[in-house]
Design a protein around this ligand. Structure first.
Ligand SMILES: [Fe+2]
Length: 210
């Protein structure tokens, strides 16, 4: 059985970019429901692994869509809370900065590509910055509950939730404004740097709390 992890900051800490109401609903209702539904499925599965990452991979391998959708959404949201920060941060530093410049040309070019992919993503899903096994970066948008942790050669560094529940109360249908806020004000580059270092060293990437 998995528990809803606490937010790593106060629900109102991301205002004015994301309102307390959005965070309380998103975390306390949407995320909580995915975990509750997953736990109900796992209650019938005494053989299930005790790490959420393993549950997600098992559900994918088995083609168990109901378990996959709820388990992957539980994991993705846990990762999303880490991808946001209320702290005014400097831009990416060090090796991550170099990798972004190598992959996209510049931080601004990265933001342009991320915004374009996020804007043009049809319906629900997630916008990911990932590193491959060579430490090279790419932006990928995945549909519905899909997650890069089922691909052993990819390590997620950051994610933005593209489901309407992530932004509709604050931005209505204007997803581009939400993406601007994410890319310019909320993205947790210190977390992404730590993920990138962990990916390169082969251990220590973020895992869902047990
Ligand atoms: Fe969400």
């Amino acid at each position: 059985m998995f528990k809803l992890p606490d937010l790593p900051y106060d629900a109102g800490a991301l205002e004015p970019h994301i309102s307390r109401t959005t965070m309380e609903t998103h975390h306390g209702k949407h995320h909580a429901t995915y975990i509750k539904k997953m736990n109900a499925i796992l209650a019938e599965r005494p053989d299930a692994p005790n790490r959420l990452e393993a549950v997600v991979r098992l559900a994918k391998d088995e083609g168990n869509k109901k378990l996959f959708n709820n388990a992957a959404q539980a994991w993705n949201h846990g990762f999303f809370w880490q991808s946001l920060t209320p702290e005014a941060q400097s831009n990416p530093q060090g090796e991550l900065k170099s990798a972004i410049e190598k992959a996209f040309g510049s931080l601004d070019a990265f933001k342009d590509e991320a915004k374009s992919k996020g804007e043009n993503h049809f319906a629900s899903g997630w916008l990911w910055l990932v590193a491959d096994s060579k430490g090279e970066l790419q932006i990928t948008d995945l549909h519905d509950a899909d997650t890069p942790i089922t691909n052993s050669s990819l390590t997620p560094l950051l994610v933005c939730d593209l489901w309407e529940h992530a932004y509709y109360l604050d931005y209505k249908n204007e997803r581009p404004k939400f993406l601007d806020a994410f890319l310019s004000k909320l993205a947790n580059w210190r977390f992404a740097e730590a993920q990138f270092q962990a990916a390169r060293s082969g251990s220590g990437t973020w895992t869902f709390p047990v």
